[in-house]
Write a new protein. Sequence first.
Length: 434
Amino acid sequence: MLAAMSSAALRPSSQATAVSRDRGDACPGTLRLHAADDGALARVRIPGGVLTVRQAEALADAAQRLGDGDLHLTSRGNVQLRGLADGCGAELAEPLTAAGLLPSRGHERVRNIVASPLSGLDARGLRDVRPWLSALDTALCASEAAQALSGRFLFALDDGRGDLAGLEADVTVRATADGGAQLALGSAVRALHVSAQDAPRAALAAAEAFLEAERAGGTRAWRVAELALADDELTDVAGRRLTAEGIGHERQVRETGRADGPLPGVVGDALSVHVPLGRFSARQWRELTRVATGELRLTPWRGVVLPTPGTTAAQRTGSLARLDSVGLVTGPGSPWLRVGACIGRPGCAKSRADVRADATAALGAVDAAGHQGLPLYWSGCERRCGHPRGERIDVVAAPEGGYRLSVVAPGHDEARTVSLADPSRLAAALAEIT
């Protein structure tokens, strides 16, 4: 599993801090662009990370024609286009609508769904969650109430292997060994068991229960963790809503797991690759679409899974070689699997450093440290945008210059930091902090 994206076990919901938002959610979308230092930014929601080759080509064309030519993967398996001109939203929306990437303009920012990327492609999952994905996305786009969800609200569909359990999604549906599904909200330790047939409808009902609880509390919240509710109280609200909609359910202890992505290489009936820092060049993206035999599955770990039904071992090996030749990670030994970074300079005005350049320059120190250590996440400021969940080493640009390292893991004092004046001396700083 990818060490860079491991996560600790679920934390009790009682540790969540209630938040009341005093403004609307400004999360960017395809129709609502975000002004960045390198131009406007669009975030295209890709439910389950699933793209047809035609849709992938449409994204590449839009990035080259309207943006900086690159495509950026997010920690939710979505795609960001950067360097866009102000006011190009309509021009961007037209080809994406034609490609089927904007089925409902009123819901385009709330189609945040992640799904087990290897579902149906290896022997580890309990069921293929693709039917759930299609059904949930369709129901979500048909729900008028769901338009009130924030652009940060997240659904997760886990095929039973537990790979999405540590992502702290707002609504998680997980396949169970008895043929049903567990429905869980936030980090609650109790779940609702529903039938597999009812799972997508139950997930939407749970999201609508969140909106109901938000209104009842008189506060504005973007995520389940922000509600001022006691442990599992929202689960009770969701249970009552399921009952009202005729969805049978029973309470049970929630199954736990870790957020683990597939390692690069041949995995089951698929190829898996990792994208350094989540940034695709036009050449890399085009090569992916040429290798793909039908679809691409973008992962929450800034990787891509390519299903390879009907191909031979020699063909898969050849495809990996092609992807390796354009700079994608195709094997499990790369230090890039332990390194992530925010956009940094020059794209973000709040960033104090070009963190991506510094992370790249210090890659040798990560390689020398071996692959058993904690992942590193480089951030241009204390916001740590896009950081992975769970244990890691934060490398944060300091106001006075250089960086400060801190360990985010049980048993470590997160307030303890080690200074790093020069990224070339990362190895010494890692030795000191760990």
